[in-house]
Design a protein. Structure first.
Length: 385
């Protein structure tokens, strides 16, 4: 009798798991919204004062903060042969470094509000992890400036509710204020790089459209890395001040991509992308997303084999350190503008989003190539001046 009851229990568990899988497949959008979209009334935030970002406490990294997370390097890091990538006469030296304005992705995962507090203990560890694994790409070329901001919470990206749009605008206003302070500190003629991921890339794209387009600032950007956010080639790019990076040696251009293993299901992106309007005023529906292959450095659609990958960052089980693994994944841009990396790499089993979306690992999968990419583009920028 006991054995029969045990078998019944096992059968019930199997049925429940199957039903849960079916429910997730059919209703994952609705389930995610229920779990993550705030039910609270949005709080009307006051604009930060002009002098707010003079305070070091408003930054996760900047030159006068000791040991910022962006200084991190993998435990087995060995510098690539820079002479093979950057001509010696154009290489960086300590007196000619280029500052980097880096905007963090979404790190606040609770649904108790629409905009995260500036210094949330719940988000701080994730902010440090992202700055270490992403902004560290750029620490060879110059100092990293990474502002804290009242970012929209993760649920704002799972709904087209008006509150989500308002929350994102509040977050952008903080980034805009931080950018003003950044400009005031680096000097009137100093070139710079902008970089971000996910929500950070959204705000940088808005910054390019609203603040930089049609101004001399556009000529000072050596390269823009707006990774992990969809940019429509037809509906957005013509309204931005920089073109796509068409080849590996281009400068004053945009690098953008979104990583998926195969088979890829980008529904979580396209269901809102398809209902939105681009910066040109044209609809984004049925338009390709910008994809610059980080392994080849070009937007020509050519596939790159895994041996072109100089090194991906593979986190340890505790997610408190990582090492480099060369040759781990290939990459190719498909017609839709997704960056496809082949079969799901087993080293990144956790935190993969629905649809084989490797969004969380956009930087990690191509860390060494992106590090070489920015140095190469900065060198090309200097050579063209």
């Amino acid at each position: 009798m006991a054995a029969r009851i045990f078998l019944y229990l096992i059968a019930i568990v199997i049925v429940l798991v199957l039903l849960a899988g079916i429910a997730w497949t059919l209703f994952q959008d609705e389930l995610l919204e229920m779990a993550l979209v705030p039910g609270e009334t949005i709080e009307m935030l006051e604009e930060v004062e002009d002098s707010a970002y003079a305070n070091r406490a408003m930054w996760l990294a900047r030159p006068d903060i000791e040991n910022p997370p962006s200084d991190w390097l993998p435990d087995n890091y060995v510098d690539y042969d820079a002479d093979e990538i950057v001509p010696e006469e154009n290489a960086n030296d300590e007196g000619d470094r280029i500052p980097v304005f880096y905007v963090l992705p979404t790190t606040y995962l609770d649904r108790d509000r629409w905009n995260a507090p500036l210094r949330s203990p719940a988000a701080l560890e994730r902010q440090q992890l992202f700055a270490a694994s992403q902004a560290s790409v750029f620490n060879e070329i110059g100092d990293i400036w990474a502002p804290l901001y009242r970012q929209a919470v993760v649920g704002a990206f799972l709904t087209n509710h008006r509150n989500a749009e308002v929350a994102l605008r509040f977050a952008y206003q903080d980034v805009d204020a931080a950018f003003d302070y950044f400009l005031s500190e680096i000097g009137a003629d100093q070139p710079f790089v902008i970089a971000g991921h996910s929500q950070g890339s959204l705000h940088l794209t808005t910054l390019l459209h609203e603040r930089i387009a049609g101004t001399p600032l556009a000529n000072r950007i050596a390269a823009a890395y707006v990774i992990g956010w969809p940019i429509s080639v037809e509906a957005d790019l013509p309204a931005l001040p920089l073109p796509a990076c068409e080849d590996a040696n281009a400068s004053r251009c945009i690098v953008a991509f979104q990583s998926f293993a195969e088979p890829a299901d980008p529904n979580q992106i396209t269901r809102i992308y398809d209902e939105s309007t681009g910066y040109t005023g044209a609809p984004r529906r049925d338009t390709a997303m910008l994809c610059v292959n980080p392994l080849s450095g070009s937007a020509d659609g050519e596939a790159a084999a895994a041996d072109a990958n100089l090194g991906a960052i593979v986190p340890n089980d505790e997610m408190n350190d990582a090492s480099l693994a060369p040759g781990l994944v290939p990459a190719r841009c498909d017609e839709q503008g997704l960056l496809l990396v082949g079969q799901p790499p087993e080293q990144f089993g956790r935190y993969v989003l629905p649809g084989n979306n490797f969004h969380v690992f956009d930087f990690l999968l191509f860390w060494s190539n992106l590090r070489a990419d920015v140095e190469r583009r900065v060198a090309a920028y200097r050579a063209a001046r």
